[in-house]
Design a protein around this ligand. Structure first.
Ligand SMILES: N[C@@H](CCC(=O)N[C@@H](CS)C(=O)NCC(=O)O)C(=O)O
Length: 219
């Protein structure tokens, strides 16, 4: 059985977990936290900065959430691939996967890391810069989602696996304006999809550790 290192509250782990649930793939979960120093040591060895998710399948190790999803498409589960088999459709799915990771999840992560820095070490400009990035990204994504059900090619894909944690956490830390109805409706659509609702539910016990909590309701 494949093994996945992660943490139930970690956004990039969510991406792969959604894919595992979508494709109905059995796996052994290996929690990366202070109570499991052996798992922390393993991801430190297997990934450049000790980041997760990390997938181990026998002799094969795969790092990076997008690569793990492509690996699952190829080797595990029977649902349609989350990166479309048609290379032309795959371009749009990979494009939107990167958009949600880089322009929504990433600025939100910078805000989180800023808040948890030691007292006096916070970057006073960072929030303003991250908010400006999110303002642009939200507006762009709202235009992109007008008339669409899913983020790429009219079918659920890797792009939606990335969008779910990105929009879940970003809206919690820096609300999506009510005027951006297409993006808000897309976020709601994601949250009721069974694979995503399950991931969100399983992460509930860790909500207290979200450093930007209290700024907005997550769901
Ligand atoms: N590009 C990576 C990002 C992975 C990432 O940032 N993971 C976070 C958890 S969601 C992490 O490991 N943070 C702890 C660290 O970087 O030390 C991916 O797509 O898997």
């Amino acid at each position: 059985m494949i093994q996945i290192y992660g943490h139930p509250f970690a956004a990039f782990y969510w991406k792969t977990l959604i894919a595992l649930y979508e494709r109905d793939v059995p796996f052994q979960f290996l929690m990366v936290d202070g109570d499991h120093p052996d798992h922390v040591a393993a991801v430190s060895r297997l990934a450049p900065t000790g980041q997760f998710p990390v997938l181990v399948d026998g002799e094969q190790t795969v790092i990076e959430s997008a690569a793990i999803i492509e690996y699952l498409d190829l080797h595990h589960g029977s649902a349609p691939p989350l990166v479309p088999a048609d290379p032309r459709a795959a371009i749009e799915a990979r494009q939107m996967d990167s958009v949600f990771d880089d322009y929504i999840m990433s600025p939100l992560s910078r805000m989180v890391f800023n808040v948890i820095r030691p007292e006096g070490k916070q970057d006073p400009h960072l929030n303003e810069e991250a908010h400006a990035t999110l303002d642009k990204s939200y507006a762009w994504a709202n235009r992109w989602m007008e008339g669409r059900v899913w983020a790429a090619n009219d079918s659920f894909s890797i792009a939606d696996c990335a969008a779910a944690p990105a929009l879940f956490y970003a809206h919690w830390g820096y609300p999506i304006p009510a005027s951006l109805t297409a993006l808000r409706e897309y976020r709601n659509r994601l949250l009721i999809r069974p694979s995503i609702a399950r991931v969100v539910d399983e992460a509930r016990p860790w909500r207290e550790i979200f450093p930007l909590k209290g700024q907005n309701s997550p769901d």
